[in-house]
Design a protein around this ligand. Structure first.
Ligand code: COD
Ligand code: ATP
Length: 197
């Protein structure tokens, strides 16, 4: 079974592209969602998060206070590095377990969707990488619409915490252009056939 990563900067359209692969029957591991799940449910990680960021990291209801953590992490590189250092190893182990299960089901390939594949070292667990590309202006406009709670400055700040699109394009095995100029469906169908063959 091939393990294929799918990455791209904030707002590039990874989740949209992954939905198309899912319709084709390809299992998709959503790193963002799984990161949130382990942060909420792994007791050891919860304790580590409290030790690193204080009790305010979980609200009175026991849920992760994401706006609080976003303010801390996206405005301070040291705090972001600390958060990444705590969360990413858990996601790596969770993915290894999940993908082993998929291999036993006889799946020809799976996708791991993540904004940070190179930055987190996750690419080392993967056989190929797809980059979903859209120019910064398009991504910025999309995220402003999708996440009304984020300001324009918030989005620029998050973009600054991610590897440049140029580097992601250079390192990619496959590129999907999701820039409002190219149709996505034919690109996904073609890539699906290439991977299966
Ligand atoms: C900081 C947190 C709490 C902010 O939560 P919030 O709901 O505001 O944002 P959300 O998770 O939807 O992220 C928005 C976008 O920011 C980008 N982003 C998320 N985490 C990171 C990060 N560690 N570094 C750079 N960009 C990131 C992604 O493009 C993501 O889609 C959350 O992003 C988080 O827990 N991040 C750490 C886990 C992680 O690295 N996830 C991403 C890939 S595994
Ligand atoms: N081709 C497209 N046409 C119109 N809207 C799109 C297109 N691709 C993505 N979008 C929209 O842009 C927004 C960002 O897309 P998506 O959430 O898939 O990005 P992402 O790469 O997963 O972002 P993040 O890293 O923040 O998770 C969403 O609201 C999505 O519906």
């Amino acid at each position: 079974m091939l393990r294929i990563g799918i990455t791209g900067g904030i707002g590039s359209g990874k989740s949209v592209v992954c939905r198309v692969f899912q319709v084709l029957g390809v299992p998709v591991y959503d790193s963002d969602a799984r990161a949130k799940w382990v942060m909420a449910h792994d007791t050891a990680l919860r304790q580590e998060l409290v030790a690193a960021f204080g009790t305010a990291v979980f609200g009175a209801d026991g849920q992760l206070d994401r706006p609080y953590l976003a303010r801390l992490a996206f405005n301070d590189p040291a705090q972001l590095a600390k958060l990444n250092g705590l969360v990413h190893p858990h996601v790596g182990r969770d993915f290894a377990e999940w993908s082993e299960g998929q291999a036993q089901l006889g799946k020809p390939y799976i996708l791991k969707e993540a904004a940070l594949l190179y930055e987190s070292g996750a690419y080392k667990q993967l056989d190929r990488i797809i980059t979903v590309f859209a120019p910064e202006t398009v991504r910025h406009a999309r995220v402003l619409l999708r996440d009304p709670h984020r300001t324009a400055d918030d989005i620029v700040s998050i973009m600054g915490k991610q590897l440049s699109e140029e580097e992601k394009l250079q390192r990619a095995d496959f590129i999907i252009h999701n820039d409002d100029q190219h149709l996505v469906l034919p690109q996904v169908l073609k890539l699906h056939q290439i991977i299966l063959n």
